[in-house]
Design a protein around this ligand. Structure first.
Ligand code: ACM
Ligand code: ZN
Length: 506
């Protein structure tokens, strides 16, 4: 049966239900009614709230369809399954009972709207399609060197200055964009109606050049700078030795926390170039006052302080896994594992086994969707087991999976979706379905549910192109790497190096 993600258990019955595409359903939730063209209390397709320990149970018999769940979310998931079974047309649905529940509570995609900005309609289209595959969260990467995408009333220059850049990689074409608070409310409620939670990310202390372009007094030097128009790693970032930085971060938190009801709040923490910190008297003074032993501890000090600020707003922080490097990260923080080196994997495994931390599996290879199929194939994405390389006891600490989509090389909606789909659906399945994989079966079911993207006008890479043969894969890999090099700031290599700086130079 073409259901994706694969359900926990299916039992086939006798006969089939004759589904007709003009059939309405007996349900209360508007989002379910909208999936089936409206409501009819006498319909043979019924959605009923009731006791069950499953996320939902779906029973199809020749007489009708009964969806049962104790939650609205479960009923919505049942509706998605039923929609998939219809294939989008009148059809005979085999009699069956489906008992279903997710493996993980966190099943996410990520969209970077900083490197290139995408408007409300695109984000809603992404949410609408993700919901059709039982994703639970959309991680919204809202602040980076190339743009700050929210309106913070108490710091208006963040969107007035921080959301605009003079061009992109030398094209000389000014570009920008931000979401108003009303637009964020629209996105959040659109997602909530589809049982998707939006997790905002304000990446800090690195990747903050757009913030310091708007408010240079928050940087180490205090000198004016511009929103980055090249990609790569930038060293003009928040100073950690100035009190006014923590006051500003708190103001940002108070408004972002209000805009996004999710309990989760992503603080970034990746790729922190430490060049400016090493030269800054304020950072050096803090370093000495606190008796720090290396610059990683400055990052840990910053992160732990902002985690305390975030606590006031009742949020649980998530950080990219570099935040573990100092060995001092606040115990409350969950970690998103993305780097692929052995040392990080060992550290993340320890974070689970010794610190009881929650971990999101987002390993760059193969989960990063900005890479081409030639390097991150559908098969590789499908076959990754979240606890692979983290050790046998890791499963208990894994809160879920996420496939990030960075947009340095993606400026058009069509490209965005073709990177996201269908590969993200391999991750949707890993996040929902019980362990045990069969790639050929997955591909068959995948072909059967792609109509849900087509119905919504969402393009995707044809499945047969998702696992290129060796030569085509090699060409895609080389072309991606060359393009990445072409769009990176010439100072990027130096800034990368500065991540390894050990102590202040002043
Ligand atoms: C990352 O890819 N820098 C988290
Ligand atoms: Zn400083």
């Amino acid at each position: 049966m073409n259901i994706l993600p694969k359900p926990f258990r299916i039992e086939l019955g006798e006969g089939a239900f004759a589904y007709s595409a003009d059939m309405k359903v007996a349900a209360e939730l508007p989002v379910i009614l909208s999936l089936f063209g409206g409501g009819d209390p006498s319909s043979p397709i019924r959605f009923v709230k009731g006791d069950t320990e499953w996320d939902h149970v779906l029973k199809v018999s020749p007489e009708g369809v009964l969806a049962l769940s104790s939650t609205d979310e479960g009923l919505f998931h049942a509706a998605v399954t039923l929609k998939q079974l219809t294939g989008g047309k009148s059809t005979a649905i085999p009699a069956c009972t489906i008992w279903d529940k997710p493996r993980y509570t966190y099943r996410a995609g990520m969209i970077d709207v900083c490197r290139h900005f995408f408007g409300v309609e695109t984000i809603k289209k992404l949410i609408d399609t993700m919901a059709m595959f039982k994703f639970s969260h959309l991680h919204f990467h809202l602040s980076d060197d190339q743009g700050f995408r929210l309106c913070i009333d108490s710091m208006p220059k963040l969107h007035q200055i921080g959301s605009e850049r003079k061009g992109t990689c030398g094209d000389g074409r000014p570009t920008g964009g931000y979401y108003t608070k009303a637009q964020i409310a629209e996105i959040v409620s659109y997602a909530a109606e589809r049982y998707i939670e939006i997790v905002p990310e304000i990446d800090m202390p690195g990747h903050t050049r757009a913030i310091v372009a708007a408010y240079p007094e928050l940087s180490c030097s205090g000198k004016p700078t511009e929103v980055a128009s090249w990609f790569g790693i930038h060293s003009k970032i928040l100073c950690v030795g100035k009190e006014r930085v923590y006051e500003a971060v708190d103001r940002i938190f108070s408004e972002v926390a209000e805009m996004f009801p999710s309990e989760l709040f992503h603080l970034g923490g990746d790729e922190v170039a430490k060049l400016e910190w090493a030269k800054c008297p304020d950072c050096a003074a803090l370093y000495r006052k606190e008796g720090m032993k290396n610059l990683e501890e400055l990052q840990a000090y910053f992160t732990n302080r902002v985690i305390k600020l975030l606590e006031k707003y009742g949020k649980t922080p998530i950080l990219w896994n570099e935040a573990l490097n100092s060995e001092m990260l606040d115990k409350r923080a969950a970690v998103q594992y993305w780097t692929t080196d052995k040392k990080s994997a060992e550290r993340v495994a320890r974070a689970i086994s010794e610190e009881g931390r929650k971990v999101i599996m987002s390993r760059c290879a193969p989960y990063y969707l900005d890479y081409p199929c030639g390097t991150h194939s559908l098969k590789a994405m499908y076959e990754l087991e979240p606890d692979e390389e983290l050790g046998a006891s890791a499963e208990k600490g894994i809160m879920g999976v996420e496939c990030p989509l960075w947009t340095e090389q993606i400026s058009e909606e069509e490209e965005l979706f073709r990177h996201f789909y269908p590969r993200a659906l391999a991750v949707a399945e890993t996040g929902w379905s019980a362990p045990g994989k069969d790639y050929e079966d997955f591909k068959k079911r995948l072909q059967g549910v792609l109509f849900l993207l087509e119905e919504r006008g969402v393009p995707y890479i044809p499945v047969k192109e998702c696992d290129p043969a060796r030569f085509a894969a090699w060409r895609q890999k080389v072309s991606f790497a060359l393009r990445m090099q072409r769009v990176s700031d010439p100072m990027s290599a130096r800034n990368w190096q500065s991540m390894r700086l050990k102590e202040p130079k002043v």
